[in-house]
Design a protein around this ligand. Structure first.
Ligand code: 3CP
Length: 681
């Protein structure tokens, strides 16, 4: 929790410049609209999508029938990274974290029976933004909805992918060209579609505290404004179609202050660049309750956490909101938990009177002071980023990743030491096992179906037309000419697939490979005096003395899963405890893991997986290890693993599964005990 004063007085707000503004007035601290929720409550927009287009379509319809007010599409990792469902690299991940889209036919099935001129659709897509936006436009067109009528938002925020989320495809420079082409095309062709959702949420999920989250979001937004301005597009003509996306965690007061401060800082930034209209200066945002704050222990407690976070988002004046389902720390939400999550918002909108008043915290000594403190802290971070040479230089130097990693490791250390209380995890822990069901994905049947559909598509289409369109796309990348989205729309209309459009660009632009790194000091700084941590360190020291070497572990991320906060924090903690630790590059294959093992031996492997693809990927790695003579190497797994899969994983050869919330000393001691056993055998 942040340091707050015991109480606040008039003196705390005596000289704040924003105090006299009203809701709907620059700098919009008090909200983007005068009437706020009285005229239109925030949009209930639940992030949904899994497995096939049909299953996701049914979930969308259920969502709308049960009170959802807009749609938000979750795509699977294969789609995010530009692979068709039949690509060998994608097999374990197809349909796991969202819907698999290979072509315009899948997109048509995704929205069958949903009137796209009436429902706004948000799509979380960054790396493969071109084919996804194109399939959406062509699917709508072929179902009779002209593009001018389409309403919604495409995330199209590639910079944060290089900082945290890791679903990039190309290197930063071509990636930025792609996102700017998308903004340019949408501002001309789809006037009602928000062309970017500049995201802070993922920074928070990766470990950033609220001020750092906001500073990084604004730094990225400034970089996009620079790019767009370079093309001569008028700010007043397109800024109202840039939207924002923030995470809202359990720092209740600071989260409200963050959203108020965000609007102020954005309004100032846009005005400084010469925009004059209120429409351009007013920040609109979507919020999502914090996934990181959800616990696998006593998961029903998450309903309460989500309600509190939703209230902070609403008090902060969000335009759209996703509330997490209580079981998301265990697996994909079930229909029941998804309904409860939606009902949280319906209850707030219909039963509490919360929509009656704009900015109910306006004028509070504390809230106004916290808002200004947030503004000041964010400005300090933005100056730090400028001192790094701007956000792109700060990404390339690793500065951004290091700040987030430090913040994540400190939060984990505060949790493990008990200084950051989490009920059911480090306080008031219950022994009672609460049962909750989880959703299973039949990925094998899905892959079979998608293969069949791809085959049919390829048989029926005019290959010459496809080749011609793909050649034009490649040429545009090579020659730096033309609008890539316009050309992708042509290719998709001719029935090119998502993977083929991606490959056409890969001819000119190689796939980007990021380095994985962690800071050994990031975790333990604040645990130096904790008895339980020092005991774990002493045990490692004893092992090292007895064996004349440090124990060692290779931490690996397998498959297409790019969530690496946990892997990096665990790596930092193990290194600080005294292990020799290496972190494999993201998206490692079993062959790459073997190469690392051949190069440098390790006592154990720690696998981190949050994508739901654990059974297939662990089996694949174990088979490769057995084949190459590493059958005795102990394997550990960390991530979101449903209970019913744990026994199956143990049968494959996993020593221990560490779920979310496991304290680092327990991880250190458990791995060390197994490594020590091997050392004495
Ligand atoms: C709204 N309007 C109003 C008022 N309220 N007009 C006058 N007075 C009011 N009080 C108008 C708006 O100006 C707008 O019209 C229209 O009503 C719709 O309202 P909106 O506020 O724009 O709402 P919405 O269409 O829902 O759009 C919300 C934003 C949009 C702008 C935030 O970008 C959005 O929906 N974003 C969602 C992004 C998202 O779902 N992301 C999911 C990430 P005009 O349009 O004419 O101005 S999930 C990722 C998590 C996990 C992962 O990454 O892996």
């Amino acid at each position: 929790m942040q340091n707050h004063k015991p109480y606040y007085t008039r003196d705390d707000i005596s000289d704040l410049p924003h105090l006299s503004s009203l809701p709907g007035e620059a700098p919009f601290v008090r909200g983007p609209f005068e009437s706020m929720y009285r005229q239109k409550p925030w949009t209930i927009r639940q992030y949904t999508g899994f497995a096939s287009a049909e299953e996701s379509n049914a979930a969308f319809k259920r969502c709308l029938a049960e009170g959802g007010q807009g749609l938000s599409v979750a795509f699977d990792l294969a789609t995010h990274l530009g692979f068709d469902s039949d690509h060998p690299a994608a097999q374990a991940d197809v349909g796991r974290t969202g819907v698999a889209i290979d072509s315009v036919e899948d997109m048509k099935r995704l929205f069958a029976g949903i009137d796209l001129s009436q429902v706004s659709v948000s799509m979380t897509m960054n790396g493969a933004v071109l084919p996804i936006m194109a399939t959406f436009i062509v699917a709508a067109e072929e179902s009779g909805v002209p593009r001018q009528q389409l309403r919604g938002t495409i995330q199209n925020d590639i910079l944060k992918e290089f900082m945290v989320r890791n679903t990039y495809i190309f290197e930063p420079e071509p990636s930025i060209r792609i996102s700017t082409d998308v903004v340019e095309y949408l501002s001309q062709e789809l006037p009602n579609f928000n062309s970017m959702s500049i995201s802070g949420y993922h920074f928070q999920e990766a470990g950033a505290e609220p001020a750092l989250e906001l500073a990084l979001t604004l730094a990225n937004a400034r970089a996009y404004l620079d790019q767009i301005a370079d093309r001569g597009i008028d700010l007043d003509a397109f800024c109202h179609r840039l939207s924002f996306f923030f995470g809202v965690g359990m720092n209740f007061f600071d989260e409200i202050a963050k959203l108020r401060a965000a609007r102020l800082l954005w309004s100032e930034e846009v005005e400084r660049r010469g925009a004059t209209s209120d429409r351009a200066k007013r920040m609109k945002m979507h919020c999502q309750t914090s996934g990181w704050s959800l616990t696998a222990q006593e998961p029903q407690n998450n309903l309460i956490r989500t309600t509190i976070e939703a209230m902070a988002a609403v008090f902060g004046g969000t335009q759209s909101l996703h509330t997490n389902a209580y079981d998301e720390a265990l697996s994909l939400p079930t229909d029941h938990s998804a309904r409860l999550a939606r009902n949280t918002q319906l209850i707030l909108q219909h039963e509490t009177g919360i929509c009656d008043v704009a900015d109910p915290w306006g004028g509070s000594y504390m809230m106004e002071a916290l808002t200004q403190a947030m503004v000041n802290k964010v400005r300090g971070y933005v100056d730090d980023i400028d001192a790094q040479g701007g956000v792109i230089a700060a990404i390339e130097s690793g500065w951004v990743r290091d700040r987030i990693h430090e913040s994540a490791a400190q939060t984990q250390a505060a949790t493990d030491s008990g200084r950051r209380p989490i009920i059911g995890v480090n306080r008031f822990v219950s022994d009672e096992e609460l049962q909750s069901s989880t959703r299973q994905i039949d990925a094998e049947s899905l892959i079979g179906e998608q293969r069949h559909r791809l085959q049919q598509l390829r048989e029926r289409r005019d290959d010459e037309a496809v080749d011609h369109a793909l050649a034009a796309l490649s040429a545009s990348a090579r020659q730096q000419q033309g609008n890539l989205l316009a050309l992708t729309v042509d290719a998709i209309r001719a029935r090119a697939t998502l993977g083929e459009c991606t490959r056409a660009l890969l001819l000119s632009w190689p796939r980007y490979r990021a380095l994985s790194r962690f800071s050994p000091n990031a975790y333990a700084e604040s645990r130096r005096h904790d008895a339980s941590w020092r005991r774990a360190q002493r045990r490692v020291e004893t092992f090292s003395l007895n064996n004349l070497r440090n124990p060692s572990i290779l931490i690996v991320k397998l498959g297409l899963d790019g969530h690496d906060r946990g892997a990096r924090v665990v790596a930092a903690a193990l290194a600080n405890a005294g292990f020799r630790v290496e972190l494999s590059p993201l998206f490692s294959t079993p062959q790459q893991v073997l190469q690392q093992l051949h190069k440098t031996g390790f006592d154990a492997i720690g696998i981190s997986l949050l994508s739901g693809a654990h059974l297939a990927l662990v089996q694949e790695l174990k088979t490769a290890l057995d084949r190459e003579g590493y059958a005795d190497l102990p394997l550990f797994l960390g991530g979101v693993i449903p209970k019913e899969d744990q026994t199956r994983l143990e049968a494959i050869g996993i020593q221990h599964v560490f779920g979310p919330g496991t304290p680092m000393e327990r991880i250190v001691e458990s791995i060390l005990a197994r490594v020590a056993l091997n050392a004495t055998e």
